[in-house]
Design a protein around this ligand. Structure first.
Ligand SMILES: Nc1nc2c(ncn2[C@@H]2O[C@H](COP(=O)(O)OP(=O)(O)OP(=O)(O)O)[C@@H](O)[C@H]2O)c(=O)[nH]1
Length: 340
């Protein structure tokens, strides 16, 4: 349970807060690594001094939730692309910093546009993820707030502290312009904290850990400090293929395509994987295969290389493409493809 005393009062001294948060330099340091190095797990921490809790990352599609999760975990556990609605499952990322273990829960972007079976399943995943957490990071693009953000905000449970993460702060050219926007955000919801930041700036990620820590209860860690995620290798394989599919086909391929793993075999330091990319129309098949099969080959090569890096082993990856018309409108098919 969250510690209610950890919540800031509904009306903190806004000017002091603005001076504090807007005074920070959020630019990445020259030559800084993409993410802070994972701390060594061999430091013993007495269980009575340990903190551990759940932090959900919520927001409309494409605001940078998965980029933030990967930066917090220090490894890629959630796929990202410029295409909205890339994240489709609840992804857990684990990070242990000093005495505190953060269990981050990334969620699909909250869908407000189409009420098809896929989008209903995605929203169910979001709402299921937020009820039992200790803290919610509500992610928006700094300086922006529209109806889709408002709908996601209104779906949050009233008892959990919510931190406003104003992401992509690096894209705001005049920081002073953010002050009136932050004031308007304070009127929308009694946010416990306001954090303008960039998920791509390592220093901001370090700062976020320090701000989040006090919301987590004192209790023993739930995971080994070396663990990155609770999702399986099979799941990571399908996600990695989907990321390359989305990145390499761009906007011409509708988001209603998915990846199903047909075979996943482990032979020592080798993984043999066969996967099918499922598209909705015959015309989409050509977009995925490309001229002389060149696009499909690239999707396979890039996914294989990333999986080999992630698992530090050899991977054989075989890809197929199939048409299943109307799958995203069919509840049973959506479930059979692994969506809750
Ligand atoms: N400039 C800038 N771009 C960012 C930042 N964070 C994320 N992005 C970019 O925003 C795009 C969307 O990022 P994602 O992490 O996939 O967004 P998401 O909210 O998980 O998206 P869904 O999966 O649709 O819910 C990507 O192109 C990221 O590189 C940031 O702090 N600054």
């Amino acid at each position: 349970m969250p510690d209610p005393s950890a919540q800031s009062p509904a009306n903190p001294d806004l000017d002091a807060m603005l001076a504090k948060v807007l005074g920070k330099d959020t630019a990445p340091a020259p030559g800084a690594p993409d993410a802070p190095a994972r701390p060594s797990a061999d430091i013993e921490v007495d269980p009575s001094a340990q903190r551990c809790g759940f932090v959900a990352i919520i927001g409309k599609p494409n605001v940078g939730k998965s980029t933030l999760l990967n930066a917090l975990v220090g490894q890629k556990v959630s796929i990202t692309s410029r295409k909205a609605q890339t994240t489709r499952h609840r992804i857990t990322g684990i990070r242990t910093v000093g005495p505190t273990q953060f269990v981050f829960v990334d969620t699909p972007g909250f869908q407000t546009r189409h009420g098809n079976a896929l989008n209903r399943a995605l929203n169910k995943t979001v709402l299921g993820a937020v009820n039992d957490v200790d803290l919610i990071l509500f992610v928006v693009e700094a300086g922006r707030f529209n109806l889709a953000d408002a709908k996601a905000l209104s779906a949050l449970p009233p008892k959990v502290p919510v931190m406003l993460v104003a992401n992509k702060f690096d894209l705001v050219h005049r920081r002073g312009d953010l002050a009136p926007w932050l004031r308007s955000m304070q009127e929308r919801h009694p946010f416990a904290e306001f954090v303008p930041m960039s998920a791509k700036a390592p220093r901001d990620i370090q700062r976020l850990f320090a701000i989040c820590e006090k919301y987590l209860p004192q209790q023993p860690w739930m995971h080994d400090p070396d663990d990155l995620t609770d999702r399986s290798e099979r799941f990571m394989a399908s996600e990695m293929v989907r990321e390359k599919l989305f990145r390499l086909t761009g906007d011409e391929l509708p988001y209603t395509s998915t990846v199903v793993i047909d075979k996943f075999e482990e032979e020592g330091a080798l993984r043999r994987i066969a996967a099918t990319i499922v598209v909705e129309r015959e015309g989409h098949k050509g977009m995925v295969i490309g001229e002389k099969g060149e696009k499909l080959k690239r999707i396979g090569t890039e996914a294989r290389q990333e999986l080999e890096k992630l698992w530090d082993c050899k991977v054989f990856l075989e890809l197929w493409v199939k048409v299943r018309s109307g799958w995203a409108d069919d509840d049973a098919r959506v479930r059979s493809f692994g969506y809750e």
